[in-house]
Design a protein. Structure first.
Lengths: 83, 148, 148, 83
């Protein structure tokens, strides 16, 4: 499956890029996180504590155990600080 | 326009007036305006607000729709900026109008609570000493519980 | 001026802007604006607001002072009109500013609750069918209890 | 004691005047109400149900059993409807 993966705020800074397109067989968000973390130290650092992160699949907030079936876009970011 | 996502400054006075003028049958109008405040040390140079294009617009619409579904409002508006802001500049505003003030107040607080913690914005403060992302506050996450 | 008692209309936009501009260190500004709404039947010609000169000014100051004593506000303002008002005109506004939005919201609701039931104003609605004093609502009196 | 007595809203309309100056020996607000009610029917009508009225002594809200010692101004009116 081809997936657009987006990073925001300090996740973007730590990983060093705002978005990338991946080929992956990850079944869930957690699988994708494990796959990315195994890839390079900067990913492992960014995903070290997923309780400090939020995830959106196809622009809707969800959990790390959410499935990626039919997903096209996954975004990782810290808790939001709007308003 | 009931939801606006802007990089440029907006005119608080004009927006307030236009919203008030558009209400018919409303008895009370509540507005909340967020302002860039200086850092504790008084050295804030600017605030950078990052957002998630596409998801942001959708989140703002969803939050507004949820307020309209929950209270009998004659109107509800959200404006939020992104990009570079200076101390004293207006970050965002919400406005609500209803026949009874309790509904307008509750809806405005609801909009703010969801904007704070469910709309994809991230603030970074830049001072002479460097830059730091603003931490989410536990109290903001806790504030959502009263609406569930 | 932080308390104004006016017979002439006031400029909501200009007042909002001036209040916001006067705040230093505030993160959030809440305003509430009351508008003359048409009667159920859509026949309201005008609203007449009577007040108690001397006591009114004192009551408005006392209500503002009580809010300032209770919450850490960087500012609080009350404007209230008396005399003849037409449908759509602005009756009054309050504005509060504070570092945290919960304080600004609570203080604005407090000001409104006390203005409704403790400031000596009486509204009369004049329609084609005659004139009638607006009845106090039990819910307004009850709203005060949460602050005691 | 010389007392300025003020009436507002429908109390003013029912009694037919906005204010008057009285000589009275009333010790409390309730005594003053009894004295006025005994005077003329329009006063009795206005004061028929004091639970529907509010009173201020020297421009401070108080109760109907409040003393009038040193009072200079007493005002009667319906519950307030500002805001």
């Amino acid at each position: 499956m081809t997936l657009d993966v987006l990073y925001f705020a300090w996740v973007r800074e730590r990983i060093g890029l705002p978005r990338e397109t991946l080929e992956t067989q990850a079944a869930t968000v957690a699988d994708l996180v494990a796959e990315l973390s195994a890839r390079e130290e900067r990913y492992a650092a960014a995903f070290a504590d997923t309780s400090a992160l939020r995830v959106a699949v196809d622009q809707a907030l969800t959990d790390f155990d959410a499935p990626l079936t039919d997903a096209r876009e996954v975004a990782f970011f810290p808790p939001m600080t709007g308003g | 326009m009931t939801v606006k996502l802007l990089s440029a400054p907006f005119d608080l006075a004009a927006e307030t007036d236009a919203f008030a003028a558009a209400q018919t049958g409303a008895g009370g109008i509540v507005t909340f305006t967020g302002v860039v405040r200086d850092a504790e040390t008084g050295t804030l140079e600017r605030m950078e607000i990052e957002h998630y294009p596409g998801m942001t617009e959708r989140a703002l619409q969803d939050i507004r729709d949820a307020a309209l579904a929950r209270w009998p409002l004659s109107g509800a508006m959200i404006i939020h900026r992104f990009g570079t802001l200076r101390p004293g500049e207006t970050i965002m505003m919400v406005a609500t109008a209803s026949r009874h003030r309790a509904d307008a107040f509750a809806a405005a607080e609801f909009l703010m609570d969801y904007l704070k913690s469910r709309a994809p914005f991230w603030k970074k403060e830049v001072t002479g000493q460097g830059a730091a992302w603003v931490d989410a506050r536990d109290v903001d996450e806790a504030a959502l519980e009263r609406w569930q």
